[in-house]
Design a protein around this ligand. Sequence first.
Ligand SMILES: [Zn+2]
Length: 447
Amino acid sequence: MSRLLVEKGTLLGLRSPEDIQVGTDLYAEDGTIRALGEQAARMASQPGEPVERLDASSKWIIPGFVQAHLHLCQTLLRNGPENLELLPWLEHHIWPGEAAHDADTMGISARLGLAECLSSGVVAVLDMGSIRHADALFRTAARSGIRYTGGNVLMDDSETTPVNLRARAEDGLAETERLRAFWHERERGRLRVAVQPRFAVTSTEVLLRRAAQYAAEKDLLIHTHASENRGEIDIVRMRTGLSNITYLDTVGLLTKRTCLAHAVHTEPSEREVLALRKTSVVHCPSSNLRLKSGVSPILDLRASGVRVCLGSDSAACNDHLDAFAEMQLAALLPRAANPPRTLFALEALRMATWEGAHALELAGEEGLVPSARADLALLDPERAWALPTEWSEKPYAAIVFSMGRENVFATVVDGVVRYRVNDPTVMGLKPKPEDIREAVKKLKSRM
Ligand SMILES: [Zn+2]
């Protein structure tokens, strides 16, 4: 049984602007917040397992960030071609790189990515994985202590998918089922398997329909990309006569368990379908800018009733896995529209935390209250360059507009401290530079 006492922090539950408790103790047991205030200190002093303590005086405690769209297999492909759009970038850099992995390089790639996430206050990720070596991803996720939802990626279309990344629909789904049988709900439920057709372009209709059916039977999340790039949308329209989102709906992939990365280019009618199906959209603004895809109209999506959360996509198209960067861009980009529009800091913070948790079906009770999950990011406003914070009554704009991951003091997942400031190794998870270089050398030699 894990026990944790976080002492004298300012709790920002993010349920409403007023959801703030200053200088309060928080006690968690077995991954769940059990008590606040005096009661917390009393419970921590009772005999039992040793209590892990965090001195949080002058720290701000928020629900941890959720990275709702990642490719951990691409962390080793960081800092690649600078000037390619999505389809040629996939063809020339990503797919050859993914195909070159073995289980060892996959493990290094995942360690590097998850260490970066944990040191940035991230408590849960949804990871697209690759066609092979998903076990290495799950093993690494188990070691890291993070909440990990992932699996193998499904690609079966012979016209668009390179032969070394292709698997027939039944073979790809058999691999997902093998992973589900072994990994799903392990590590106290922190590991989960998702059904992951890469996108409509690399999928036959048979694959998409079977994936939807299988996910419904097993009650699994569906994770895919959609309407990221105009070239992608043109291919789908040419092949099916339908808009991308309409096509995904026709094959049954749009559900309340579906997380759709990007949705940069959507018509009002498509946004209505997404809202009707309760499908979540994962906004990845850095990646969308880096690959020249465009800017997702997230305020229109939200106004249509679509849940929008945030993701960094991959280190190969970003090129950092930093929840703060995505939150800042999400809040800033609407201000560049004509006429300018506003997404307030608290809304951006909610997108980075609770909306992501809901999209991944992790939320449970919202707020930092007894019975909620003890998944926390502790922020230190006195580190780096966030002071002064006195000009605003509320702390949200300071977090979104002036803080960065250098302000993360600790990350707690499932009631256990998984990162503390001043530990650059992230508890030994981060690979050594020479191991990273060696792994990249291996990938290059096979590409
Ligand atoms: Zn992606």
